[in-house]
Design a protein around this ligand. Structure first.
Ligand code: ATP
Ligand code: MG
Length: 334
């Protein structure tokens, strides 16, 4: 494949729409651009996101604001210890009048599902999400139903040391494209800005007033571009493969990344390329996404964990240890 796969104008426009989405989210959520870019990249790559951080750091706010801004339908489910699978999926109920069963669809039939405090529900309920997340379909009483497009799960949780929580099973962790943390406000200015906005908002939830920043269907259109029109050179594929394999061979690692981790890194890198207004992936896209796409898939050796070793550090080490391609076949001058 040679030559441009998108016109310059189409690329510039796509990248502007991305900026518009991030600007709009930033009007509710005070945070750095890098975090917003990551949220956007995973969503454009059709990936689910797990936000993990301590209470009160804006996880719910960010997820809600994002769902609003991309102009898609969304539902929110507060996960609690007594939440049942049917509370998420829905169930079939007998209608006396019609003499037949009727499907009452649960909150999973939406575009963006906010699974708030996902680790507060027991494993059975968490795994009801599994089929939906991976296959974008659900089975209710033996009948399979396809979910809408896009279908994104934005889940939030407090770190697992917190009381009264059920850590997500590893199979479920792997189904999230990214695990992100919102973090504390990065500066005194940001801290004050949160307070300032509260004075202007008069209420704690500013997302009700947020309007969509894109036309209907535009977000799905961008997802299609990411999937179909962003060139990935063979040297980039090899680079990603080397990173994935190195996570399995690293001395501190008990279990390395799954191939699904490699796919997540590939998809997110393509999305990041589009956000930057490029129709081809460069090694920096891959580097920029590696920690968020891979760290949550690693299981470190027990002694490493006891010494305070972090998955993110291991991924950084892995990436540092692998030389990036310096030339793309299709774009010889990087
Ligand atoms: N970065 C931020 N920008 C703007 N408002 C913020 C930010 N962080 C927190 N807030 C405000 O603080 C309050 C708590 O935020 P939020 O409910 O989103 O936290 P959370 O991370 O979901 O907490 P929990 O884990 O307890 O559910 C909200 O009123 C929110 O508007
Ligand atoms: Mg919350």
């Amino acid at each position: 494949m040679t030559g441009p796969r998108m016109t310059e104008e189409a690329l510039a426009e796509a990248s502007q729409v991305c900026e518009r989405i991030m600007d709009a989210v930033g009007r509710a959520f005070v945070g750095n651009r890098l975090l917003l870019r990551k949220v956007l990249a995973a969503s454009l790559a059709n990936g689910h996101i797990l936000f993990e951080d301590y209470p009160g750091l804006g996880k719910t706010l960010l997820a809600k604001a994002f769902a609003r801004v991309i102009g898609c339908g969304y539902t929110r489910v507060q996960f609690t210890p007594d939440l049942l699978p049917a509370d998420i999926l829905g169930s079939r109920v007998w209608r006396q009048r019609d003499g037949a069963f009727d499907l009452v669809k649960g909150p999973v039939f939406t575009n963006v599902l906010l699974a708030d405090e996902v680790n507060r529900a027991p494993p059975k309920t968490q795994s009801a999400l599994l089929e939906a997340m991976e296959e974008r379909q659900v089975t209710i009483d033996g009948e399979t139903h396809r979910l809408a497009l896009p279908f994104l799960v934005l889940a939030t949780q407090n770190p697992i040391e917190q009381e009264g929580t059920y850590p997500l099973p590893e199979a479920q962790m792997d189904r999230f494209m990214f695990k992100l943390s919102t973090g504390y406000p990065g500066s005194l200015e940001m801290e004050s800005e949160i307070l300032n906005r509260r004075i202007a908002w008069k209420q704690d939830d500013p997302t009700n007033e947020l309007a969509a920043a894109v036309e209907p269907g535009q977000f799905v259109g961008l997802q299609e571009v990411v999937e179909q029109a962003i060139y990935v050179d063979p040297s980039i594929l090899e680079y990603i493969s080397r990173i994935i394999r190195a996570t399995r061979e690293h001395g501190k690692v008990e279990i390395g990344s799954s191939p699904r981790g490699g796919l997540a890194l590939l998809k997110a890198s393509r999305a990041l390329a589009l956000i930057h207004g490029r129709d081809f992936v460069v090694p920096d896209d891959v580097k920029g996404m590696a920690v968020d796409a891979l760290a949550h898939r690693l299981i470190l050796r027990t002694e490493v964990v006891l010494e305070g070793g972090q998955e993110a550090e291991v991924i950084e080490e892995v990436v540092r240890g692998i030389s990036a391609p310096t030339e793309l076949k299709d774009r010889p001058h990087l």
